[in-house]
Design a protein around this ligand. Structure first.
Ligand SMILES: Nc1nc2c(c(=O)[nH]1)N[C@H]1C(S)=C(S)[C@@H](COP(=O)(O)O)O[C@H]1N2
Ligand SMILES: [Mo]
Length: 314
């Protein structure tokens, strides 16, 4: 964990949607001023590439985690299993130009330039809860667009029942891939209805700016009702499939990481409870948070799993 200054702790405690918004406005104003005065810009979110992204649907008024915590406590095993090392190691990744290969059960397969994908999919900001399977959580203002909007343009066939996502494989740059912690490349997947659900996002930024490399630039998935490992980073391939894809974590430990991975306080991980979570940015005195079923998104997504035993399909 990061050692925090008092000011830092304060801002992470009080920042909610309204404060975050007014801070963006304030920083914008301050930036305009300092530009005129030739002072250094405050260099915060509101000066970023996506400072003016509109607020999208499903964005919730939640206490936002401090950006520095989100950017410096990452899980990115392609670089390191250490949560702070990827901040530096991932700088070596070149994120432009970037292409995404679209294959499988789809009418318009091909290799698409990310630039073109972004032209077709205007971004918005959504503040979402994020819950890692390791029992910590955060609240992040992501910048992106609904995954479903993007997928529909490729015209999936009626056989497309699942979607598989693959991360870049490049052990020269992704130095963590030189060790066998997972069977590379990292692969994740969703059922097609999960992928098309309006909550599911393709993300290109956070906190009004571009996604830092360590958070999965230039393109990552965010599925807010599932454990964080489903939210795959640095996507280079999307495959529409008739059968359920094998995923990297499931392959490595099938009894511990299921395909569905819906956040569920009632289903413990075999080695720890999932009933509570440590909120990132707090101190050792901060009480743990009660984990919510579907990470608090049950009203939106529970129907996707009606009739399924979530202890079996974990
Ligand atoms: N390619 C890839 N994607 C990944 C991971 C990874 O190691 N490699 N870690 C996953 C896990 S376990 C989590 S909790 C989230 C973390 O996202 P963050 O580092 O941006 O917080 O990314 C997920 N996506
Ligand atoms: Mo995670």
């Amino acid at each position: 964990m990061l050692i925090k200054t008092k000011a830092n702790i304060l801002s992470s405690q009080i920042t909610d949607r309204a404060v975050f918004e007014s801070r963006r406005e304030f920083i914008k104003a301050a930036t305009a001023l300092s530009a005129g005065l030739m002072l250094p810009s405050p260099g915060q979110a509101a000066t970023g590439k996506y400072a003016d992204a509109p607020v999208g649907p499903y964005s919730a008024k939640l206490q936002v985690t401090d950006r520095e915590d989100v950017a410096n406590y990452t899980n990115y095993y392609e670089f390191s299993t250490n949560k702070t090392d990827s901040t530096v190691l991932a700088k070596a990744l070149k994120t432009a130009p970037w292409t995404v290969e679209v294959t499988g059960e789809v009418e318009k397969p091909g290799v698409y330039n990310l630039e073109d994908i972004l032209k077709d999919n205007p971004v918005q900001e959504r503040i979402y809860r994020f819950r890692c399977v390791e029992a910590w959580s955060m609240v992040v203002p992501w910048i992106g667009f609904p995954l479903g909007d993007m997928l529909k343009r490729f015209k999936p066939t009626s056989k497309a029942k699942f979607v598989e996502f693959t991360t870049l494989n490049n052990p020269e740059i992704m130095v963590g891939q030189r060790s066998g912690v997972l069977d590379w490349p990292y692969v994740e997947g969703l059922r097609i209805d999960e992928a098309m659900h309006p909550l599911t996002m393709m993300v290109t930024g956070m906190y009004g700016d571009e996604l830092p490399n360590q958070n999965g630039a230039p393109l990552r998935l965010i599925v807010p009702w599932k454990y964080g490992f489903k939210s795959i980073k640095a996507i280079v391939k999307i495959r529409f499939m008739e059968t359920m894809p094998e995923t990297a974590w499931h392959k490595s430990a099938p009894g511990e990481y299921g395909f569905y991975a819906n956040v569920n306080p009632e289903v413990p991980h075999p080695r720890w409870s999932q009933s509570r979570e440590r909120v990132l940015g707090g101190s050792i005195f901060t009480p743990k948070r009660e984990t919510e079923k579907f990470n608090g998104y049950g009203e939106e997504v529970a129907a996707l799993y009606s009739g399924m035993d979530l202890k079996q399909y974990f």
